[in-house]
Every structure is written in structure tokens, then in C-alpha cells.
Design a protein around this ligand. Sequence first.
Ligand SMILES: O=c1[nH]cnc2c1ncn2[C@H]1C[C@H](O)[C@@H](CO)O1
Ligand SMILES: [Zn+2]
Length: 350
Amino acid sequence: MAYNRTHDWLTRLPKVDLHLHLDGSVKPETILEIALDQGIDLPVYNKEGLIPHMRVGDECGSLIEYLSKFDFTTRFMQSGEALERIAYEVAQQSAEHNCKYVEVRFAPQLHRNNGLTVEETIHYVVEGMKRGQRDFGVKAGVIAICMRNHSCESNLEVIRAAAKFVGKGVVAVDLAGDEASYPPEWFREVFAESGRLGIPVTIHAGEAAGAVNVYEAVTNLGAVRIGHGVRLKEDTDILELVKDRRIPLEMCPISNIQTKAVSGWEAYPIREYLEQGLLVTINTDNPSVSGTDITNEYRVLSDRFGFTEPELVRLVMNGVEAAFMDESDKLLLRREMEAEINSLGMGLLS
Ligand SMILES: O=c1[nH]cnc2c1ncn2[C@H]1C[C@H](O)[C@@H](CO)O1
Ligand SMILES: [Zn+2]
């Protein structure tokens, strides 16, 4: 590839990633090692051969097809040791992309096949992130996910367990899975509990269904951030509401194209969202499923939409603003990032 100044610059740019699934971030070599260690059968015993089992191809036609990849990966994430290791490796991979802060999300109920409790799964993920923070200097928060295809009881268990870790690694709760088949209004009771317990909420919405799901997430489920929100553009009134309330959108460009949240790049609303004053952030969603990383997300945006360097810095700093962090930590992170951006000779922050 020819030298491209902005590409090189993006590699060095300090970044954050607020929307990254643990089970969508597993390295094939880790799967191989865990399988050998735990005696789990594999379809092939080399790293390259595993990739098609974990990653979607260009032919991916929907979110449902995209989600099918997770059945493979979660089989290797059923022990405390595996969860701790994979969380640690997320911090390592983040550091490789100069990602200073990452929020890692996972669904505890998907990791209990061998008898772990919900609290134990959270404990091990938090421990892995802490070890990663110590070794790689990447700050981290954990988001516990409720699944759309799980029962209310099962999701309430996640919320209550997550509450015990608030201030000790967990920063929020989420709702993920098949959005088209399970509308958000079915989960009011679940997120009423997070409201009672005072846990911040982000909801996957406006990805595989319309803007009305964003409205429901914000007004009835207590969402203070939205995962994706790509289809928010379909309703001006709801878009205005999200803008007025300064609700950040966790956009994940490559994933959004693969799941067909939009028909193609020409319909991807990122530039119009920014121009309309929405708080847009850029994230990876699932690096190993989407075949991406945080630097690549910014590169693709800069190539496809011609974002200038100041615009790319603005997107990064939107991520800092949207982080589930207390204000004093956020101030420190912002200062650290601004100093590094300025020292890279960009001097772009006014
Ligand atoms: O982009 C997504 N939309 C909805 N659900 C998702 C997405 N990416 C991952 N998930 C699901 C599949 C995973 O197994 C689960 C927990 O991380 O969350
Ligand atoms: Zn997601």
C-alpha cells in the first residue's frame, strides 16, 4: 500500500473504544490454545483455518447471520481462566492500537455452561482487564450485557450481579442480540431494575430495526448511550431528541455495513450525524468477527468520507466525553490524550 500520511498518523493517534464485545475479540491463536488445553474439538488445528469460523465474509446479509459466528467462539469461553485471559488480551490488543481506554462488554449468561455463576464470570473479566491495565496502561471498564433472547429472570440476574461490581470494574449494562425479533419494550422490567440500582444503561438500538427502538431505549429503558443508532436518521423527531439530550451514539462502521444496518457506505449517516450536531463516537464492535481494529475503523472513515485530521480528533474526543467514567477520571484521560495529540505535532485541539 502506498504511504498515506493520514493512515500513519491514525496509527499513532491516541484513541478510545467504547463498544467492543469480549466474545467478538478473541484471537484465533487463543482459541487454538484453549481448545488444546481443555480438550475441546476443533474443525481445524491451525490459526488461519479457524478464521472463517469466527469471521463474517463479504456475503454477510444480516445481523442474524453476523450473530451466528458467536456460537463458535463462546464454546471456548466457559472457564474463569479463559475469560480472564481473553479480557487481558483485549487490553493488549487495545494498546497495540494506542487505544487508551476501552469499555469491554460481555453477556455473563453465555459463559455458564461449565457451572460459573454470573458473578464469577464478571469477576474474571474484571480481573483480566485490571491485569491488562497494569501491564499495558490501558484503562478499562466492563459492561454487562442482557440478551434479547433470554428470559426476564435471567437478565435480572445479570443486572443484580453487575450492580455489585459498580465502582469495582463494571460501568454499565446493555441489551444486545436479535433486535428485529425482540423489541426493546419487552425489557422494561429488566431495565427498571438497573434504574433502581443506579447503573448506567446503553442499549443496542436502531441497528436491525427502526428509530422507534432508539426512542424506547431512551425514554423507557433509561439509556444514556445508544449502541449503533444507524437508523436514527429515519425519524427527524427522534433524532432531535437524541441530539437535545446529548446522548452519544456508539457507531461501529465496519460492523454496521456487514450487518446491513444500512445498504452501503453511500447511505452511512456518519457525516450527516456530525453535521446535525449528534455526539458520534467510533468503535469496533467485534474485531475478530468483523476483521477490524480501531485504527482500521478510522482509516476507512477517513478514506470513505474524507474526514480531516481535526474531524478525526473530534471523533476521538467525543469518545472521551461519552465514556462511562467519573468526571475526575475523565478529566485526567482528556488531558493525557490532548497532551499526546499535541506532542504528535498535530496541535489541532483548539
Ligand atoms: O452488533 C451487535 N448487535 C447485537 N448484538 C450483538 C452485536 N455484536 C455482538 N452481539 C451479541 C452477540 C454476542 O454473543 C453478545 C455478547 O457479546 O452480543
Ligand atoms: Zn455491539
